[in-house]
Ligand binder design. Structure first.
Ligand code: HEC
Ligand code: HEC
Ligand code: HEC
Ligand code: HEC
Ligand code: HEC
Ligand code: HEC
Ligand code: HEC
Length: 425
């Protein structure tokens, strides 16, 4: 990892990446989110943002399906509905040693992580912000006395449905000192206190200025002006003051997703200054790019897609397969239809796999051509950690990533054929 990256983004991305390393589960798409609601989103920085509740009157269907997505639920204020871990007295402790532990407590005043040594409380901090919808896990942030955000020592793993040591902290001692700056929230919120005076790595983030979740306006730009105009001109069926990514040139469309889905990069401008339609390379120096991309724990779908023949030989982009307003997961048949839109007899571009009894290609192009592979980054990510964690947690839950390098994978093909054979017999 280049030192320049460490300088700019070290407090955010490295611990988070470690967390994903620990959280990735073998059965990647099994975790379903229940339809909990955390109330309306708070007013974000500046008057330019309207919040998604303002879209309901005219885009009700889009709004209803959007609030079911992992994007919308990606960050939220801590509450009984948003914290996935259990406060039940039989499941609310995390032991560091025989004498030190953290207890997760639910009180009238909120939810707390309380550190105990020999049964004596030495520190207690409140869950303020939840990061992660819980597909793989969640991590929690608290406000320190200095007004800055920090990571709490205990996180939640969906794989084990239990509390775990937060990524980036040592496994043998309880710490509360890992700072979280605006860059962490840049990929995990719609806006957070950025302004004209913002610096690269803004440390003080006003709670009342956070627009939680990856909401409409993260992908369409601030929309208050659009809402005002369309409300005042109900007869005008032509959209004003709003960005539709579909109308952007291909690279700008890709950039709007690559902002968060191209792994680690070196920041060149303040967090939250990028808007859909902007040129990403003016904001980030890419980390993993074309050719060198590997499935990565903190998501580099963009770099991987770039190295695919589908990408090189067609105008494919993320929306060719993902309809982001809807929650579409764990549905290989549906995704395969998106492949077949290009790969069909008429286009003379079909699968050349030889016919096999029981194999229906259109059931699942994905597991053969976009398999969930073990991340090659995990050994690197884990090398800074103590031996105990390496031999424990990272081994127990192998990190798997749905590769976006679409190609022919003979081994995955064999595995898939075994699977359908087993199902038949
Ligand atoms: C460059 C953008 C980026 C940064 C910076 C970043 N993340 Fe992430 N994070 C992502 C993406 C993208 C995913 C989803 C990855 C995937 O599933 O492929 C993710 C996933 C997660 C998840 C799992 C979510 C779930 O529901 O399973 C957690 C928890 C998380 N990040 C925490 C953090 C924390 C805490 C920080 C800052 C200290 C951080 N991340 C910084 C982009 C980022
Ligand atoms: C008072 C009605 C109204 C409200 C409120 C409203 N819109 Fe729209 N919006 C429209 C109309 C009318 C169009 C044009 C017809 C269409 O595409 O549905 C439109 C189109 C759009 C488009 C497509 C733009 C294009 O060029 O194709 C986007 C994106 C959009 N709106 C986002 C939003 C978001 C985000 C919100 C909430 C923050 C919102 N709208 C609130 C009326 C509204
Ligand atoms: C993760 C990014 C993302 C989020 C969040 C998002 N959109 Fe979109 N939206 C897109 C993209 C990308 C397109 C273009 C899709 C395409 O290429 O066909 C789009 C298209 C649209 C359109 C044009 C018509 C259509 O259905 O394609 C409207 C209207 C719209 N979005 C409204 C909204 C509203 C309202 C919300 C929140 C309730 C929202 N979007 C949330 C990315 C997003
Ligand atoms: C502001 C950062 C950001 C942007 C912009 C963004 N994403 Fe994401 N995306 C995330 C994070 C973070 C997650 C993990 C959410 C979680 O589970 O908490 C995610 C999750 C996803 C998922 C997995 C959803 C699931 O339910 O399994 C898909 C697919 C996805 N993003 C596609 C896109 C596409 C396509 C675009 C562009 C139109 C886009 N994203 C734009 C940050 C972003
Ligand atoms: C937008 C159109 C488009 C979509 C969608 C698309 N592809 Fe492709 N794909 C192509 C084109 C074009 C090629 C190159 C064909 C050639 O070289 O003759 C290709 C190549 C391939 C190859 C050959 C790769 C290699 O390295 O030899 C495979 C396998 C493949 N696609 C599978 C898929 C699967 C699986 C999906 C769905 C998950 C998919 N494609 C979606 C257009 C597309
Ligand atoms: C050719 C089709 C295709 C294209 C193009 C594509 N994806 Fe995906 N993506 C998939 C499939 C299939 C899955 C697995 C979904 C599942 O099983 O639930 C997936 C999963 C994901 C996930 C969840 C990853 C995980 O490990 O849980 C993210 C995030 C994502 N895609 C983002 C993107 C982004 C960003 C782009 C554009 C750079 C993109 N995808 C382009 C087909 C595609
Ligand atoms: C059981 C695994 C499996 C499934 C399911 C599968 N494929 Fe394939 N596919 C392969 C293998 C293996 C090859 C290489 C075969 C060969 O040697 O020609 C291949 C080849 C291809 C090629 C490359 C052709 C070329 O010109 O090189 C494309 C495109 C493709 N598949 C698309 C698809 C699509 C689209 C689907 C879903 C409708 C699909 N495949 C389903 C295993 C699979």
């Amino acid at each position: 990892m280049p030192t320049s990256f460490r300088k700019i983004r070290n407090t955010q991305t490295i611990p988070a990446a470690l967390m994903i390393a620990v959280f990735f589960c073998a059965n990647m798409c099994s975790s379903r989110q229940e339809s909990d609601e955390s109330g309306p989103i708070k007013d974000g920085y500046g008057k330019a943002f309207a919040g998604s509740a303002a879209c309901i009157s005219c885009h009700a269907d889009l709004y209803k399906s959007h609030i079911q997505t992992a994007h919308y639920r990606d960050s939220r204020p801590a509450s009984a509905a948003t914290i996935k871990g259990s406060f039940d007295s039989r499941r609310n402790r995390y032991l560091f040693s025989s004498s030190t532990e953290v207890v997760m407590e639910q009180k009238d005043t909120g939810f707390f992580q309380t550190a105990l040594v020999n049964g004596k409380k030495f520190r207690s901090e409140r869950f303020e912000i939840v990061i992660g919808s819980g597909r793989k896990g969640q991590t929690y942030l608290y406000y320190g006395d200095d007004g800055k955000l920090y990571q709490l020592p205990i996180s939640y793993s969906t794989t084990t449905d239990g509390w775990c040591n937060s990524p980036g902290y040592y496994p043998d001692s309880i710490r509360f000192n890992r700072q979280v700056t605006a860059y962490c929230l840049e990929c995990h919120a719609t806006n957070a206190g950025s302004g004209p005076d913002a610096v690269y790595d803004q440390e003080i983030i006003d709670k009342s200025q956070i627009l939680y979740g990856i909401d409409c306006e993260r992908c369409h730009g601030p929309a208050a002006q659009h809402v005002n105009y369309q409300t005042a001109h109900p007869g005008d069926r032509h959209a004003r003051y709003i960005i539709n990514p579909a109308l952007l040139p291909r690279q700008r469309r890709l950039d709007a997703c690559a902002l968060c889905h191209s792994g680690l990069g070196v920041a060149l401008k303040p967090a939250f200054s990028f808007r859909a339609g902007d040129t990403l390379r003016n904001y980030y120096q890419p980390g993993l790019g074309k050719g060198t991309a590997v499935p990565e724990v903190h998501g580099n779908q963009y770099g991987l897609l770039l190295s695919s023949r589908c990408f090189i030989r067609s105008q494919i982009d993320c929306s060719s397969c993902h309809h982001v307003h809807a929650r579409e997961v764990n549905d290989p048949k549906l995704f395969s239809q998106r492949c077949i839109a290009c790969h069909n007899e008429a286009a003379h571009n079909t699968c050349t796999m030889h016919p096999t009894p029981g194999l229906v290609l259109s059931d699942n192009c994905i597991d053969c051509h976009m398999p969930a592979l073990a991340s090659q980054k995990i050994a690197i990510q884990g090398s800074g950690m103590s031996k105990e964690l390496l031999s424990g947690a990272s081994k127990a839950t192998p990190a798997l990533v749905r590769t976006h390098r679409i190609a022919i994978y003979p081994e995955s093909t064999l595995q898939y054929l075994e699977k359908i054979k087993a199902k038949k017999s």
